[in-house]
Design a binder for this molecule. Structure first.
Ligand code: 5GP
Length: 195
């Protein structure tokens, strides 16, 4: 049995990462798993503890940092986010690919500590398009949107540190590229799906 491969996906909020990622999980559900992160952010409406995130308080998060329980962790827009190390390793050893959807500082830590990972950055066609999409989503207050745009300004120049850069012009086009990259690097998908 081959080991799974670790995929790291980043891109600014509102760029469409969530949509293409969901399609990939749907198509390859037998061999690709999502790593559920821990965060100190409050759940949004509809989010379920243990599904989108493990929602924990700052004290618990800091204790986990001290216990070295995170593969990476970072602060983003005032909240802490971290990837549980054991869960990821267990999945990879069991022959499942793991996809992390994380922000740039965390992704750079993973590229250092797990140099075999495959890293992808999704870019918006332009900053204006990103702003429109973020405002149109209607899930966040103006203040939160401003913070996320500010964050995007800092993150976009980091795209070239990733192995792949995908410009999200259309969801279907971006998905095709993401799928192709997944099929190219996964060592288990061909066995599992016979493709
Ligand atoms: P949101 O609050 O919108 O769910 O996520 C905010 C940002 O945190 C997104 O860029 C998301 O990819 C990132 N993120 C989610 N989980 C993690 C994690 O475990 N580690 C890091 N470094 N970033 C994360």
């Amino acid at each position: 049995m081959n080991k799974g491969v670790l995929f790291v996906l980043s891109g600014p909020s509102g760029v469409g990462k969530g949509t293409v990622k969901a399609k990939l999980f749907e198509e390859f559900e037998k061999c690709l798993v999502f790593s559920v992160s821990a965060t100190t952010r409050k759940p949004r409406e509809g989010e379920v503890d243990g599904r989108e995130y493990f929602f924990i308080d700052r004290d618990s998060f800091e204790r986990k940092i001290r216990e070295d329980a995170f593969l990476e962790h970072a602060e983003f827009a005032g909240n802490l986010y971290g990837t549980p190390r054991e869960a990821v390793n267990a999945q990879l050893l069991a022959g499942r690919d793991v996809l992390l959807e994380i922000e740039v500082q965390g992704a750079l830590q993973v590229m250092q500590s797990m140099p075999d990972c495959v890293s992808l950055f999704i870019l918006p066609p332009s900053f204006e398009v990103l702003e429109q999409r973020l405002r149109g989503r209607g899930t966040e207050s103006d203040e939160v949107i401003e913070r996320r745009l500010e964050q995007a300004r800092r993150e976009l120049p980091m795209a070239d540190r990733y192995m792949y850069q995908l410009v999200n012009d259309t969801i279907s086009g971006t998905y095709e590229k993401l799928r192709e990259i997944y099929l190219k690097h996964s060592k288990v998908v061909h066995q599992v799906y016979g493709i």
